[in-house]
Design a protein around this ligand. Structure first.
Ligand code: SAM
Length: 274
């Protein structure tokens, strides 16, 4: 049903799909239904959606939420949404989701444009909200949920899990979208941890470590000292300190978020990081 509606709208507005904006439209009703169920939207809650596209998910969200804020970058789609729907509780925000200030919201439900997956996720985590149900590229989703020691455990896993609980709840094949993307997708539920449990990590340190994910932590940092802002001369004077970092013998891909925090605190005490 969604597929025929999509083709109807594409032809009515003579719309050419812009793949640079990650325009792969979800055309399976059941997946939209499950996204809504998983979001557990209460009647008094507001929902943020990034990239409403032709409004299929937005339309369902509008039936459950008090208010939906839908941020769309493509002005052609904004115009179509305004013409096709007469929602009273949906505010369409025309702009780049990476640049606009979000209004206050309780939940996020989005089929994300994949090219902004990383920056938009970190932007979400700066806001105070209860739960997000998000569709990402499968490979990205697998990195988000990977645990220490997993082959997909990466900087992204560390930075996301320091702030939130993440769960991959459903894999989605390419055929669920039009046009078909090149990659499979997955639904992620992301719930920010209570503020007091969130761990702030120095991104330079995490970057410097994961530059050499298979090396021992001490060696990885010695090999990327410049990423900590040290000059060659400064590094030469203090290089033996890196042997004394906590968990020095562990391989980077085995370090938990808490262990990376231990390393950060040690380097701050030694005034290598500030
Ligand atoms: N929600 C629709 C659906 O599920 O079929 C469309 C999802 S499509 C994967 C991504 C949408 O995000 C497109 O409508 C695209 O124009 C929009 N978009 C891409 N980059 C954006 C950005 N930086 N800010 C806001 N919207 C963006």
């Amino acid at each position: 049903m969604l597929k025929s509606r999509l083709f109807y709208l594409l032809s009515k507005y003579n719309l050419r799909i812009n793949s640079d904006l990650g325009q792969n439209f979800l055309i399976v009703d059941d997946i939209i239904k499950r996204e809504i169920e998983r979001a557990k939207i209460k009647a008094n809650e507001s929902v943020l959606e990034i990239g409403p596209g032709l409004g299929f998910l937005t339309d369902e969200l509008s039936k459950y939420a008090k208010k939906v804020y839908a941020v769309e970058k493509d002005s052609r789609l904004v115009e179509i949404l305004q013409k096709e729907y007469s929602w009273e509780n949906v505010e369409i925000i025309h702009g780049d989701a990476l640049k606009v200030e979000f209004p206050q919201f309780d939940k996020i439900v989005s089929n994300l444009p994949y090219q902004i997956s990383s920056p938009i996720t970190f932007k979400f985590l700066k806001y105070d909200f209860k739960r997000a149900v998000l569709i990402y590229q499968l490979e990205f989703a697998q990195r988000m949920i990977a645990k220490p020691g997993d082959k997909n455990y990466s900087r992204l896993s560390v930075m996301v899990q320091a702030k939130a609980d993440v769960e991959l709840v459903e894999k989605i094949g390419k055929g669920a979208f039009y046009p078909k993307p090149k990659v499979d997708s997955a639904v992620i539920i992301l719930e920010p941890k209570p503020k007091e449990e969130q761990i702030e990590l120095d991104e330079r340190l995490v970057k410097a470590l994961f530059q050499h994910r298979r090396k021992k932590a001490s060696k990885a940092l010695k090999d990327s000292y410049h990423m900590l802002g040290l000059t060659k001369e400064e590094f030469k004077k203090i290089r033996e300190i890196f042997e004394k970092i906590p968990h020095a013998e562990k391989r980077v891909f085995q370090l938990s978020v808490e262990e990376i925090k231990d390393i950060e605190e040690f380097l701050m005490k030694e005034q290598i990081l500030s």
